[in-house]
Design a protein around this ligand. Structure first.
Ligand SMILES: [Fe+2]
Ligand SMILES: [Fe+2]
Length: 269
C-alpha cells in the first residue's frame, strides 16, 4: 500500500504555524511513501495583478517570503522526511514569474523568478510536478486554478474538474476540505468519479483580503492510500481551530480539554 500525505495550501507567511508544526510531526511519525504539495505553498503577496498600482505592489517581499517558506515549511519537512516530495504548479507559485512576463516581458527570459528557483527545489530535492500529477490509474492531482467551475460546497469544484477530465481529481486552491462521489452506469459496470478538496493551513486572520475573516474554508489536509491494483482511498483530516487533528485514532497537536470537554488553557490542563 502506497501512502501519500498531501501538503495543502499553506500560503506562507499567511499560514497558521501550529497547523504546519503538527502536520510535520505527523509526517515524521507516519513516514509516508510520498509527500504531495498541492501548490500555493508560498503566498508571494506583492507581485500580483490584484495589487497593480496599489501600495501592496511595492512591498518587495518576494525573496523575504521565499526565505520564510523555505525556513518554516520546506526545510522542516526535509528534516524529518527524505522520501519523494513533489509540488504542483499553482497560481500563487506562478505569481512572480507571471508578473515579470506581464509587466517586464523584455526581462522575462530569466528563470530566477520561477517558483522552483525561488524555493530552491533542487536543494530540497523537490520534484516540480507541473500542472497535473497522475498518481494512480484514473486519478490526477492538480492545484485547481486552471479554470474549472467552482462550487460553494466542499468537493464540488473538484467534482466539476473530475467531470471535465473524466477522471477522479484531488485538488487544493479553493481551501475547502471535502469529497464528492458521482457514480454512473449499471450493475456490474458502475463507474465512480471522485472529487477531493484537500483543505488548507492558512490563518484566516492573516488573510486581510477576507472581509472580517468570514469565509467558507475548512482547515485540514488529506491522506491518499493507493492500493496494489490502483485503488485509491482518500482520507480527509480536518483540523480544529488550535491546529490539532486525529489520524487513525491518534491525536496530533496540543489539545487541552477540561472535564466538561471544553477547551482550556495550557496552565489549567
Ligand atoms: Fe490557495
Ligand atoms: Fe490557488
Amino acid at each position: 500500500m502506497k501512502r501519500i500525505i498531501v501538503l495543502p495550501d499553506v500560503q506562507a507567511p499567511l499560514e497558521d504555524p501550529r497547523m504546519v508544526r503538527n502536520w510535520i510531526a505527523f509526517v515524521k511519525d507516519f513516514q509516508p511513501d510520498e509527500v504531495l504539495g498541492i501548490g500555493d505553498t508560498c503566498d508571494f503577496t506583492a507581485p500580483s495583478r490584484w495589487n497593480k498600482g496599489s501600495r501592496g505592489e511595492f512591498e518587495d517581499d518576494v525573496y523575504e517570503q521565499a526565505l520564510y517558506t523555505k525556513k518554516r515549511v520546506l526545510a522542516p519537512v526535509r528534516e524529518v522526511f527524505d522520501g519523494r516530495f513533489g509540488i504542483l504548479r499553482s497560481n500563487h507559485g506562478d505569481r512572480p514569474r507571471d508578473y515579470l512576463r506581464k509587466y517586464a516581458p523584455a526581462l522575462a527570459q530569466t528563470h530566477v523568478f520561477d517558483e522552483p528557483e525561488l524555493l530552491d527545489y533542487d536543494g530540497f530535492e523537490i520534484t516540480d510536478l507541473g500542472d497535473f500529477y497522475d498518481f494512480a490509474e484514473g486519478w490526477t492531482a492538480t492545484h485547481g486554478h486552471l479554470g474549472f467551475s467552482s462550487s460553494r460546497y466542499a468537493g464540488g469544484s473538484a467534482m466539476a474538474a473530475a467531470r471535465a477530465m473524466g477522471k477522479s481529481v484531488v485538488m487544493g486552491h479553493v481551501h475547502k476540505l471535502g469529497l464528492i462521489n458521482e457514480s454512473r452506469g449499471y450493475k456490474g459496470n458502475l463507474q465512480t468519479l471522485t472529487g477531493v478538496e484537500v483543505g488548507h493551513f492558512m490563518d484566516i486572520n492573516k488573510a486581510t483580503y477576507l472581509k472580517r475573516g468570514a469565509t467558507n474554508w475548512q482547515a485540514g489536509f488529506t491522506l491518499l492510500y493507493v492500493g496494489k491494483y490502483g485503488d485509491v482511498t482518500p482520507v480527509l483530516v480536518p483540523m480544529a481551530s488550535d491546529g490539532s487533528f486525529t489520524v487513525e485514532g491518534q491525536r496530533y497537536g496540543a489539545l487541552h480539554r477540561g472535564e466538561n470537554g471544553r477547551f482550556v488553557g495550557k496552565a489549567a490542563a
